[in-house]
Design a protein around this ligand. Structure first.
Ligand SMILES: Cc1cc2nc3c(=O)[nH]c(=O)nc-3n(C[C@H](O)[C@H](O)[C@H](O)COP(=O)(O)OP(=O)(O)OC[C@H]3O[C@@H](n4cnc5c(N)ncnc54)[C@H](O)[C@@H]3O)c2cc1C
Length: 447
């Protein structure tokens, strides 16, 4: 049974919480209720639930990793997820042909390796199956269809108040309250849409890669893929039999170099050499293997792929076969778009072409600034921790961040272990000296 539902009850029947609230935080509750009555049109029920363990927002790999590490230390947590499944990015927003971009040893979550028979680059289906059994093994049962719309630290209560809305137009509002809040909503929470003159009035279909499943749906159509990351390149490969025209590509590296994964080789070289030297080595090998990519319209930026990743978060493209299709002319490269009119796209080199479909492979961004009312740990600008890895995992007052390291699942594992250790220390200390919060069961507001 869920640890929080066991202790859930009506606030009206909860003398400890009633007393505590009436003496200590009348103002805060009144303010909260006023705001809620203004929102009455959308809120069918209003409940507030006290959670003894940490609240984790997001049931992606990062949220699961923290919940598992905590569980191993005997600490139950509540995982809140806006969609109806774990790893919604992987299950609902990725294309069918996706495999892990990085070799499996860099993508395992703590405490449970991939099955030994998995390939070096597990498929999306294999990765999701691994995550399903990970959640089952550690007894993680997220609360689904709960979007966190606001999370705020209440100084008087010394607790985090996490307001959620059930998915759907008339979504029920529930507030969860806890001593600890773990932000695990990911670097890829919301799609990024580019501003292109005339895009809104394009007469064909416009879609983001998050809705793209397979090239089969576009047989015979002229498709323009805008964006040059791994997703854009892979979607192009999927579409290349259907006249796809990818937009400019930034860095392209072979997925394997010198008989091992490019990522593994980079990690190994970085142990001994500075980033700019490793970049030069990678580009030298890439040039030997791929030739001069500029001749095909793929101009490289002035800084190297690893430096670019650490400065801007842009992941270098690890080629899975797209480059050969560009070389053979099956995929055509175009420069940036100047403007769109009807079905016609004008490129910066003044060329005009008609398309049926535009696929925007323009990436994702964090949504933390929209709901977290704390400006210390996360930057408002990009929704990522202000301090770079490995120092961005912990904020003030029991606030934590996991999976915002720009280092993929490897960064997630490091964060998750640290967070669980930190909370465990406090959990043990508080267990010996329980305060009023821990004696009080949860409460419900007018529900
Ligand atoms: C196509 C693609 C391929 C990738 N390949 C690799 C790879 O090979 N290796 C690697 O290390 N990384 C890879 N990544 C990066 C990958 O996104 C992360 O490694 C991994 O998914 C991060 O997990 P996460 O839990 O931090 O974020 P996510 O997987 O994005 O999970 C966050 C969860 O939070 C939920 N959420 C968001 N906002 C709210 C809210 N307000 N309230 C409630 N819930 C919310 C979301 O619905 C989601 O389920 C890839 C990414 C993409 C897009």
């Amino acid at each position: 049974m869920d640890p929080w539902s066991e202790i859930e009850g009506k606030r009206a029947h909860d003398p400890i919480f009633q007393n505590y609230f009436s003496q200590n935080c009348r103002q805060s509750v009144d303010g909260f209720c006023k705001k809620r009555s203004a929102d009455a049109a959308v809120a069918r029920a209003e409940r507030c639930i006290r959670v003894l363990g940490p609240i984790i927002v997001g049931a992606g790999p990062s949220g699961l990793a923290v919940a598992a590490c905590l569980k191993e230390k005997g600490v139950d947590s509540l995982v809140l997820e806006r969609s109806n499944c774990i790893a919604s990015l992987w299950q609902l927003k990725t294309y069918d042909r996706l495999s892990l971009h990085l070799p499996r040893q860099f993508c395992e979550l703590p405490l449970m390796p991939f099955p030994a028979y998995y390939p070096i680059y597990p498929s999306k289906q294999q990765f999701v199956a691994y995550l399903e059994s990970y959640a089952a093994r550690f007894g993680i049962c997220p609360t689904y269809n709960r979007t966190v719309v606001c999370a705020e630290y209440d100084e008087q209560l010394q607790l985090w108040r996490v307001r959620t809305r059930a998915t759907g137009i008339m979504g029920e509002e529930v507030e969860y309250v806890s001593r600890w809040l773990v932000v695990a909503t990911g670097e890829n929470a919301e799609v990024v849409l580019p501003e292109i003159d005339g895009l809104d009035d394009f007469k064909g279909t416009v879609m983001h890669t998050s809705s793209y499943k397979s090239g089969g749906a576009f047989a015979g159509k002229r498709v323009l893929v805008v964006g040059s990351g791994n997703s854009g390149m892979e979607v192009c490969l999927d579409l290349c039999n259907h006249n796809a025209n990818p937009h400019i590509v930034v860095h392209i590296l072979p997925r394997e170099m010198l008989g091992q994964s490019t990522f593994g080789l980079s990690m190994w070289l970085l142990k001994w050499l500075p980033v700019h030297v490793v970049d030069r080595i990678l580009l030298l090998i890439a040039r030997t293997m791929l030739g001069d990519t500029a001749q095909l319209g793929l101009k490289r930026p002035t800084i190297g792929p690893l430096e670019l990743k650490s400065l801007s978060g842009k992941t270098p493209v690890l080629d899975v076969g797209t480059f050969a299709k560009i070389k053979s002319g099956d995929i055509k490269v175009r420069p940036a778009i100047k403007q769109i009119s009807g079905r016609q796209v004008e490129f910066m080199d003044t060329r005009l072409e008609e398309f049926d479909v535009i696929v925007l492979a323009t990436g994702y961004k964090s949504n933390v600034p929209f709901w977290l009312k704390d400006r210390e740990l996360f930057s408002e600008k990009d929704g990522l921790p202000r301090k770079a890895f490995p120092n961005g995992w912990k904020g003030e007052n029991g606030l934590y961040s996991v999976g915002f390291t720009r280092r993929g699942l490897m960064g997630t594992s490091v964060d998750a272990r640290r967070i669980a250790h930190d909370i465990e220390q406090q959990w043990k200390a508080r267990g010996k000296h329980p305060d009023v919060h821990e004696r009080g069961p949860s409460y419900a507001l007018g529900g």
